[in-house]
Design a protein around this ligand. Structure first.
Ligand code: HEC
Ligand code: HEC
Length: 297
């Protein structure tokens, strides 16, 4: 604010207060021609409604004066008159910084209890688990569910089946760096007639319903096309996030249609990375919480 506006604001403010004071004093004085206190005035409304001349009680008037005194005192202590900073030197910015500092200190003290601890140790610490659970419901429940039980395409984190691995540091890496699964699509490369048998093979593994020749062909197709990622025995590969196809757990559903869709059109599950959005301790706490869920099994 430049000096002109600063002075204008100060003058207008003080003039207003003084005008209020003057108004109070003026109205509390007897006006010429006024009837005595408590006497009836001349007006009559609605035939018999009369007005008495009762002044404000004194204490009420004094309260008005007190508010004016308070206002003036306030304007001396705090910034309110243009650029005048006030005797206390209070500013919004200072108050904001102080409060922020206080919050930071509390936060640091809270995190200090968890810092430098291993994920396994945090998983055994009820306070860490509780806070990890709160973080989970804010950051993760939208995809993995409030109970971490997942949904189609979103893995169950509370069981002991892992796509990428369930060791504490591996879980931490899944959260911090994210995971991008790449199951290729095969609709263009697999012979049409082998697909139904491959589906049966993958679902049932050694299915007696397939004739020897067809089972053999499905097995060979699997070895040639799928084993590189899912393993020769179909038990998956955590380095690629390729699921174990024989454990009875299905990320995308184990019915023939779901498996056909997976094989023909591929799947690209994407776990977002949280390493930039959250602090290192937050990620430790989340990893501990998730690890603890699996432990409880
Ligand atoms: C390049 C590696 C790769 C190859 C080759 C591959 N897969 Fe996959 N597969 C994956 C990955 C990774 C996933 C997990 C996808 C996800 O999480 O989104 C997956 C998922 C699947 C699933 C879904 C499992 C579930 O739990 O829902 C099935 C079924 C499957 N693959 C079958 C096959 C078959 C059959 C073949 C061969 C025709 C094959 N895959 C070839 C990497 C591969
Ligand atoms: C936008 C949805 C989404 C959010 C949000 C999300 N995830 Fe995931 N997460 C996924 C998907 C999808 C996968 C599976 C990726 C794949 O197909 O391999 C996954 C995989 C994982 C895995 C690996 C599971 C395994 O079996 O190896 C962990 C651990 C995990 N998430 C933890 C978390 C945590 C903790 C949070 C919260 C900080 C979180 N996720 C938030 C979608 C999400």
């Amino acid at each position: 604010m430049n000096t002109f506006w600063s002075v204008t604001v100060a003058v207008v403010t003080i003039a207003n207060i003084l005008a209020c004071l003057w108004l109070l004093v003026w109205t509390s004085k007897k006006q010429p021609g006024e009837v005595a206190d408590g006497a009836e005035k001349e007006h009559v409304w609605d035939e018999d409604l009369r007005e008495l001349n009762n002044p404000l009680p004194r204490w009420w008037l004094h309260m008005f004066i007190l508010t004016i005194v308070f206002g003036l005192g306030y304007l001396v202590a705090f910034p309110g008159l243009g650029n005048y900073p006030g005797l206390l030197d209070w500013t919004q910015e200072k108050q904001h910084d102080e409060r922020l500092e206080a919050v930071k200190e509390r936060r640091e003290a809270f995190y200090a209890a968890f810092e430098g601890k291993s994920i396994a140790a945090l998983a055994n610490d009820p306070a860490a688990r509780r806070f990890g659970g709160e973080l989970f419901s804010i950051q993760c429940a939208g995809c993995h569910g409030v109970d971490a039980r997942g949904a189609v395409g979103f893995p169950d984190l509370a069981d002991d089946v892992w796509l990428w691995g369930g060791a504490p540091e591996t879980i931490r890496a899944s959260i911090a760096r994210g995971r991008q699964a790449a199951m290729p699509q095969f609709y263009a490369t697999l012979p049409q007639d082998v697909v139904p048998d491959l589906i049966t093979f993958v679902r049932e593994w050694d299915d007696a319903r397939l004739t020897q020749a067809r089972a053999e062909r499905a097995r060979q197709t699997f070895q040639r096309t799928c084993a590189a990622c899912h393993g020769a025995e179909g038990h998956g590969n955590p380095a690629l996030g390729a699921p174990d196809l024989r454990n009875g757990e299905w990320l995308y559903g184990g019915d023939p249609d779901a498996v056909r869709h997976t094989i023909l059109f591929g799947r690209n599950g994407n776990m977002p990375a949280f390493g930039d959005a959250l602090g290192a301790t937050d990620i430790d706490l989340l990893a501990a919480y998730v690890y603890g869920l699996g432990e409880a099994q």
